[in-house]
Design a protein around this ligand. Structure first.
Ligand SMILES: [Zn+2]
Length: 243
């Protein structure tokens, strides 16, 4: 009788302690439940990642397109203190990097920083969390404080091109890792979302002006303009999420 009661208690505790999916609160054996995991995988860009030759030679590589469940996961990561999500997402970004045929063998990884005010508000930089897990898989060196955001820019949403550029002009300076930043290998910028590219270009400019080489930017998600089609074909294009 006692053994049976113990077993029941144990089962009850297992139910209580069982991890919940951060996106739907249903029990999950891994970070996400099977259903959310499947929906997230549908956001992955299936074909060779898009790397446009931009005039400033900024390569762009993204795991998936910003929409559907991935949009939901990014919101949870940023605004709901669900930092555990960064682990699988950072690992998926690493797979995208490792499977890409033209990625350089060695790069120094620098996450796009948040301004101090936003960092204090949120308690962490989501791009840095993704970069940490990315670097654990790839073995690439992380320079978490390679850049510092010294201007608290307003969200890019709703601004015109010139307003966005003005908003980000001189937004970044070298951070406290400036002495450690590598000069013999290019820098890989990392962010959660790539939208218009102005943030990445502002960060690139700061590094280039200081004499560093920048390979490009690697993100979890990117938006597509209305004229572009994401390779997954599962959702419509999205525009300008808030920072
Ligand atoms: Zn779920």
């Amino acid at each position: 009788m006692v053994i049976r009661e113990n077993k029941m208690l144990k089962h009850l505790w297992q139910l209580i302690l069982q991890a919940r999916c951060p996106l739907c609160q249903r029990p999950a054996r891994q970070t996400f439940c099977l259903d959310c995991q499947r929906q997230l995988q549908q956001c992955q860009t299936q074909s060779a990642p898009l790397i446009p030759e931009t005039p400033d030679d900024l390569n762009i590589l993204a795991w998936g397109h910003y929409g559907g469940e991935l949009k939901r996961a990014i919101a949870a990561l940023k605004y709901e203190d669900q930092r555990a999500i960064a682990q699988p997402l950072g690992q998926w970004i690493a797979q995208t990097w490792l499977q890409h045929p033209h990625h350089p063998q060695r790069v120094g990884v620098v996450p796009i920083p948040l301004h101090q005010n936003r960092l204090q508000q949120r308690g962490y930089n989501q791009a840095e969390l993704l970069a940490e897990h990315f670097c654990r898989v790839t073995g690439l060196p992380l320079y978490a404080q390679g850049l510092k955001r010294h201007r608290n820019t307003q969200p890019q949403f709703g601004l015109s091109l010139s307003q966005r550029q003005q908003n980000l002009a001189h937004a970044f300076v070298l951070g406290s890792d400036r002495q450690r930043l590598p000069r013999h290998i290019p820098i890989l910028l990392m962010d959660d979302i790539y939208t218009t590219g102005e943030t990445a270009r502002a960060a690139q400019q700061t590094l280039i002006q200081a004499g560093f080489k920048v390979w490009g930017v690697l993100t979890l998600a990117r938006t597509y303009r209305l004229t572009e089609t994401p390779a997954t074909g599962t959702s419509s294009p999205n525009q300008h999420p808030a920072n």
